[in-house]
Design a protein around this ligand. Structure first.
Ligand SMILES: *Cc1c(COP(=O)(O)O)cnc(C)c1O
Length: 426
């Protein structure tokens, strides 16, 4: 790692806990520090460049500093950055979101994914007047007590199942069911009559990448309907990523509430929660479910999201076909390389997302994901970094392609995986 990054990390850790502003950003010996990014590339403070496959944990579907978005945001900057008064822009964005996600009758804009899921859960509780929520093992919905229970992402990386400082009184109202196990879900719902809602990542992208097995999502929809439990699709990763209508379009499931984030703003801070109008109308001031936020609907983020969705919709088929083709190519080649080097592995992939696991059993849930060799993964990560490829520094995250990746990038990336995997042979 370069000398400037090393020096900056030395300074950072004295003033920022562990030197980072979100846990997964730390890795050994220390992270590189970014100077700038554009399209497919990140440059570090020492002048080294990396092809990016972390892409803001999926946010940068269209690549870094996308021209259409930057130019629209630049014009908006001159007209003001924060009004905290309604704008026509918010109406435009909400209409665009509803066009892409017809299950979202009404939408409220927020800033982060965690805010969106927190509001979704409160809405479900307010609507049903019930208490408990159901989540799935390994799903990540934000870093707050009611969902930070056997969660994925950074908490799985560090091995925290319930955070210190979180109250048992809160987490005991969260029932956890294994992913891809609708049988257990049915049992849990039959036993518990006090369930306000079920929240799920339709494609689990916070435990590495785990796909829903055939019929799992339709079973979840059927079972929640039978038990009259609102179904919350947390599409913070999958929204605009799996398709321009999210996983609900791909898998043809209609949830009651949906949360969006990450790719919604292509690198700007924005998220959304929306769903059936009888549920959404419960929000204050019309209803008594309280939610509020100073920066919600700010014109900068809203402009970014509008132009992001317009750009996506303009390219629709071309964009998603290209992303899937590049992803498939990468995955096939990485799979062949790891097989040639006799390294036990699994690769899960969908649309523009993939992850490799060093294990010989299929990865279908939290337990099977946890069996993979994370030491080996860290070595792969470090080797890739040396070879100019940046992926998220944890087994329990996902690699994301963007529209900015070129054929040359894909070829270089295959070469880098080749060298990096070769060095993993024992
Ligand atoms: C990232 C993520 C969140 C939290 O979003 P933040 O913007 O980090 O608060 C929620 N749900 C899922 C599925 C996520 O991947």
């Amino acid at each position: 790692m370069g000398s400037k990054s090393k020096k900056l990390f030395g300074e950072a850790r004295k003033i920022i806990p562990s030197g980072v502003n979100s846990p997964v950003r730390f890795y050994k010996p220390h992270p590189f520090f970014v100077k700038k990014s554009k399209g497919d590339t990140i440059w570090d403070e020492d002048g080294k460049r990396y092809i990016d496959y972390c892409n803001g944990y999926g946010a940068l579907l269209l690549g870094h500093a996308r021209r259409e978005i930057i130019s629209a945001v630049s014009s908006q900057l001159k007209k003001g950055t924060l009004y905290t008064i309604p704008t026509a822009l918010e109406v435009d964005l909400s209409k665009l979101i509803r066009k892409n996600f017809p299950s979202m009758d009404k939408i409220r804009l927020v800033n982060t994914g965690a805010e969106a899921t927190m509001t979704a859960i409160r809405l479900a509780r307010g609507f049903t007047k019930k208490k408990k929520i159901i989540k799935f093992e390994g799903c990540y919905h934000g870093a707050y007590s009611s969902v930070l229970v056997q969660a994925g992402s950074g908490s799985a990386h560090i091995g925290i199942s319930v955070s210190e400082g979180g109250l048992k009184e809160i987490s005991k109202n969260t029932l956890v069911v294994p992913y891809n196990d609708s049988h257990t879900l049915e049992q849990v719902l039959s036993k518990n009559k006090d369930v306000a809602g079920l929240i799920i990542e339709p494609v689990l992208a916070n435990m590495g990448l785990i796909l829903p097995e055939k019929n799992f999502l339709s079973d979840v929809r059927k079972i929640t309907k039978q038990h009259d439990v609102p179904l919350i699709f947390d599409e913070v990763v999958t929204g605009f990523r799996v398709s321009n209508g999210g996983a609900q379009k791909t898998f043809k499931i209609k949830p009651d509430i949906t949360t969006l984030g990450k790719a919604l703003g292509n690198g700007f801070t924005i998220a959304a929660v929306g769903g059936k109008k009888e549920i959404m109308n419960k929000l204050a001031p019309g209803g008594n479910v309280y939610q509020a936020s100073t920066f919600a609907g700010n014109p900068i983020s809203v402009t970014a999201a509008i132009n992001s969705i317009k750009t996506i919709n303009k390219m629709e088929n071309k964009l998603y076909e290209k992303l899937a083709r590049n992803c498939e190519l990468l995955v096939d080649e990485i799979d062949d390389l790891a097989t040639d080097y006799k390294i036990p592995h699994q690769i899960n992939s969908l649309a523009s997302m993939f992850q490799i696991f060093f294990t010989n059993k299929p990865v279908i849930d939290y337990k099977t994901s946890k069996k993979s060799n994370t030491k080996k993964f860290h070595k792969l990560f470090s080797n890739l970094l040396k070879n100019g490829i940046f992926i998220a520094p944890s087994q329990y995250e996902t690699a994301f392609l963007s529209d900015a990746h070129t054929d040359v990038d894909i070829t270089k990336t295959i070469g880098a995986y080749g060298l990096s995997l070769e060095a993993l042979r024992n």
